[in-house]
Design a protein around this ligand. Structure first.
Ligand SMILES: O=P(O)(O)OC[C@@H](O)[C@@H](O)c1c[nH]c2ccccc12
Length: 283
């Protein structure tokens, strides 16, 4: 229902201080209630045994880090639409896009599974996981254990946990659950005040969003600044608004391990070629 709205419609006449995140989380609570009624937690737990084994999402990103002279890695995102951009790619074949990313040298994939705001689906994740060998992240707004288990059952190798959507206790619990299920977790934050909770949950893979969720403005300087606050052993992902080879080189020079990129690649006619260009691999 919310697809294709302009950002201004999300600015919120009703709750001026609310961000898009608050609105999305309210919808998630309803989704979780429906999903729990359809498949009870105990039944979902039983289905984990039938899931394809998890691939190492963290492992690929932690190998040959820029600080040791390696290249910056790409987590390439399969995303049809977003609240900030509306529909990014009308002609959307998730498996073909994932194959193009893999052929062009992405290290991992991120698949949007949120339907109301991003036109995503868990079915896309299932299809991509069986068609492509790369590790796959479930990109959604996870607030409940049911969604984390559901991710593993669908084949996800990693889940996104957003500090701004969770209390420190929830963050630690869901992080522990992901590990228990054999998955990795990418723990994202935007607000510097959430850094302590991110470190306290035991995250080894941390992402900083460059997109301000109040204004939708991008500032790559934000992740550079937060990167300096994190211990060197944390594998660090710059998220959002990365468009050019120069952006990638700038992040690599800062010692940032990986970049999560969706929109600027999804909008290109030739996704494989654009991905190679971003990775500096065009011969
Ligand atoms: O499409 P972009 O600007 O390249 O950004 C990708 C990714 O960082 C962005 O989709 C994102 C970052 N954090 C999120 C949380 C939920 C949904 C989406 C996101």
């Amino acid at each position: 229902m919310a697809i294709g709205r302009s950002p201004s419609q999300f600015a919120g006449a009703v709750e001026p201080m609310a961000t898009i995140l608050d609105k999305i989380v309210a919808v998630k609570r309803e989704e979780v209630a429906v999903a729990r009624a359809a498949v009870p937690l105990a039944e979902l737990r039983r289905q984990v045994a039938d899931a394809p084994p998890a691939r190492g999402f963290f492992k690929g990103l932690a190998a040959q880090r820029p600080r040791d002279g390696g290249p910056i890695k790409l987590i390439a995102e399969v995303k049809k639409a977003s609240p900030s951009a509306g529909v990014i790619r009308a002609d959307f074949d998730p498996v073909a896009i994932a194959r193009a990313y893999a052929a062009a040298g992405a290290t991992c994939l991120s698949v949007l599974t949120d339907a109301p705001h991003f036109q995503g689906s868990l079915d896309y994740l299932r299809a991509i996981h069986s068609a492509v060998d790369l590790p796959v992240l479930r990109k959604d707004f996870l607030i409940d254990e049911h969604q984390v288990i559901e991710a593993r059952v669908a084949g996800a190798d990693a889940v996104l946990l957003i500090a701004e959507c969770l209390s420190p206790t929830q963050l630690a619990d869901l992080h522990g659950l992901a590990k228990e299920l054999g998955m990795d977790a990418l723990v994202e934050f935007y607000e510097p005040t959430n850094l302590a909770a991110v470190l306290a949950c035991g995250a080894r893979l941390v992402g900083v969003n460059n997109r301000n969720l109040h204004t939708f403005q991008i500032d790559l300087g934000h992740c550079e600044q937060m990167h300096r606050e994190l211990p060197a052993e944390v594998v660090f992902v710059a998220e959002s608004g990365i468009r050019t080879r120069a952006d990638a080189e700038r992040l690599q020079a800062a010692g940032i391990d990986a970049m999560l990129v969706g929109e600027s690649l999804m909008g290109q006619a030739d996704i494989a070629m654009a991905t190679k260009a971003l990775l500096g691999a065009n011969a």
